[in-house]
Design a protein around this ligand. Structure first.
Ligand SMILES: [Zn+2]
Length: 190
């Protein structure tokens, strides 16, 4: 029997509830990997992405960017976090991607119906303080306008002294139909 812990928002906010499942989802995935290695075969691909591309995007489970962009293994770095926002760690990853592994184009891809649109920054911080006794020492990333958030992320990356600004462009991916559209980022227009 596998025990999975998650936080209950119904019973009591600060308590953790134990659920039991006959089979762990992780065990299922390990079984899937046995099939994958048959399809993968032995391929010694170079560490450098062959399209010299880095993508900054959300962790959302509906984004299959290899499929959406026609990418193959070994062709691009995908740097993901909640929202695809320009955190210090995204800058760190881009710095290493560009300086050590030869990428020179950056796509920022946010998406429709993102989880970051579903809460208010200060309200969630207040909840954390009440439930956990501390506010998060970092921005949680809540936003209301996905296009504005793409523009803000592109501008932050372009302004970073640690990111090569040669080509950094912003996009929104529609999770309902797979459409990817560009958000023009003009430095003169806010
Ligand atoms: Zn998202």
């Amino acid at each position: 029997m596998i025990c999975v812990f998650h936080r209950s928002s119904v019973v009591q906010r600060t308590e953790w509830v134990v659920h039991s499942f006959a089979v762990s989802v992780i065990d299922n995935l390990l079984s899937n990997n046995r099939d994958y290695i048959e399809r993968h075969g032995h391929r010694e691909m170079p560490t450098e992405p062959q399209r010299h591309l880095a993508v900054v995007t959300c962790m959302d489970s509906r984004l299959d960017l290899f499929g959406a962009l026609g990418l193959d293994l070994g062709e691009a770095h995908l740097i993901r976090n909640a929202g695809g926002i320009a955190t210090d760690d995204v800058v760190r990853s881009l710095l290493l991607s560009q300086r050590l592994l030869g990428t020179n184009a950056v796509m920022v891809i946010h998406h429709t119906r993102c989880g970051l649109e579903t809460f208010e920054e200060e309200q969630l911080q207040d909840e954390l303080e009440r439930d956990l006794g501390a506010r998060a020492p970092f921005r949680l990333g809540a936003y209301r306008d996905v296009r504005a958030d793409v523009r803000a992320t592109v501008r932050t990356l372009r302004a970073s002294p640690f990111v090569n600004p040669v080509e950094i462009r912003g996009f929104v991916f529609n999770v309902d139909d797979g459409d990817l559209f560009e958000v023009p980022v003009n430095e003169e227009i806010s």
